[in-house]
Design a protein around this ligand. Structure first.
Ligand SMILES: Nc1ncnc2c1ncn2[C@@H]1O[C@H](COP(=O)(O)OP(=O)(O)O)[C@@H](O)[C@H]1O
Ligand SMILES: [Mg+2]
Length: 281
C-alpha cells in the first residue's frame, strides 16, 4: 500500500485577514514500510504536512489516501478515531501533553483508548517504558517529577505503545542530549525495520543520511524535491540555491579534491571505506 497526497492545499484562517498558506499543491506517493524524512527550513510547512497524515488538519483542497482511508475537505471527524490508531503523530515537544498521575497510566492511556484491555495496556506500557530506555521503577512516579528528557521518552512511549502502522514524528529529538538522541533514532529505525512506516521531521542531515529511505524537501509550503538521500544530496548547486545543508560526511568528502568517489559518501562509515580505497590506489 502507499500513502498518496494529490494536489493538497492547506490555508490557515481561510477567508480572514490573517489567511496564510501552509501547503501549496503538494502531491507525492510514499511506500509504506519505508523510513521517510521531511526536511526544510522553519516555516516551510513540515508540521502542517505532518498534521495531514492523521487528519488533524484536513486539506483545504485536494485528497489524501493513507492506511486505506481517504481524507479530503468533506471527511467527517466520526471516522477518524480508527485512522488515528493506525496513523499516529508525535508532536514537537510531546511532553507538554502528559497529563496522568503516574507514568504507567500515561503510557497505557493510548492503548486503552484504542481498545486494549486494562491488562494488555499495562503490559504494552511496561514493554515500551523499557524500549524507550526508562527504568521500570519510575512507572509509579508522576510524569511531572521527571527530567525533560525522561518526560519526552514517556510521551513517545505513550504513542508507540499502541504500535501504530504509521508513526509520524515531528522533530522528536529536538533538545535532547546527543546520546539520548541517538538512542531514540535507533529505536525509530528498529520500529521501521520491524514492519512499520516511520515519517520523521528533522533538521539533522546526518540522521537523514543514516536512516531515511526517502526524503521530502519542503520550501514555502511547496514540495521542492522527493527523492532518495543519494539524489537529494547529489547536486551541490541545487543544495546551495535552496540552502539545504549536507550531511557531515558529504561536506568532508567535497573538500577532499584529490580523492575520487564513485558516489558522494553520506555517512561516516561510507566515507571511511571510500578514503581507504583511495589510499590503496
Ligand atoms: N496555526 C497557524 N495559524 C496561521 N499560520 C500558521 C499556523 N501554523 C503555521 N502557520 C504558518 O504556516 C507556515 C508553515 O508552518 P509550519 O508547518 O509550522 O512550518 P515548519 O514546521 O516547517 O516550521 C508558516 O508560514 C507558519 O507561519
Ligand atoms: Mg514545525
Amino acid at each position: 500500500m502507499s500513502i498518496k497526497f494529490s494536489k493538497v492545499n492547506y490555508i490557515y484562517a481561510l477567508g480572514s485577514p490573517l489567511e496564510k498558506r501552509g501547503l501549496n499543491d503538494v502531491s507525492f506517493e510514499l511506500t509504506e514500510g519505508n523510513f521517510i524524512a521531511i526536511i526544510g527550513h522553519t516555516g516551510s510547512g513540515k508540521s502542517t504536512l505532518m498534521q495531514h497524515f492523521n487528519a488533524l488538519l484536513k486539506p483545504t483542497s485536494g485528497k489524501i489516501s493513507i492506511a486505506g482511508y481517504n481524507i479530503d475537505n468533506q471527511t467527517s471527524n466520526k471516522h477518524l478515531k480508527k485512522l488515528r490508531k493506525h496513523v499516529s503523530l508525535v508532536f514537537q515537544f510531546p511532553e507538554a501533553q502528559l497529563f496522568e498521575n503516574t507514568v504507567i497510566d500515561d503510557i497505557s492511556f493510548g492503548p486503552k483508548n484504542f481498545g486494549y484491555s486494562e491488562e494488555e495496556a499495562i503490559n504494552l506500557a511496561k514493554k515500551w517504558l523499557k524500549k524507550v530506555g526508562l527504568p521500570e521503577d519510575i512507572s509509579q512516579k508522576s510524569p511531572f517529577d521527571l527530567s525533560g528528557g525522561q518526560m519526552r521518552r514517556v510521551a513517545i512511549a505513550g504513542v508507540m505503545a499502541y504500535e501504530p502502522d504509521i508513526l509520524c514524528l515531528d522533530e522528536p529529538a529536538a533538545g535532547l542530549d546527543p546520546q539520548a538522541k541517538e538512542q531514540m533514532m535507533k529505536l525509530f529505525k528498529e520500529y521501521q525495520q520491524e514492519g512499520h512506516t516511520v515519517i520523521l521531521v528533522t533538521h539533522n542531515m546526518d540522521d537523514v543520511a543514516e536512516y531515511a529511505d526517502d526524503v521530502l524537501v519542503m520550501e514555502n509550503g511547496n514540495l521542492i524535491k522527493h527523492a532518495s538521500p543519494d539524489k537529494v544530496f547529489e547536486d551541490n548547486d541545487w543544495l546551495q540555491k535552496h540552502q539545504v545543508l549536507k550531511p557531515t560526511a558529504a561536506t568532508f568528502a567535497d573538500k577532499l579534491s584529490n580523492f575520487t568517489f564513485d558516489k558522494k559518501p553520506l555517512t561516516l562509515d561510507k566515507l571511511v571505506t571510500d578514503i581507504s580505497k583511495n589510499l590503496k590506489r
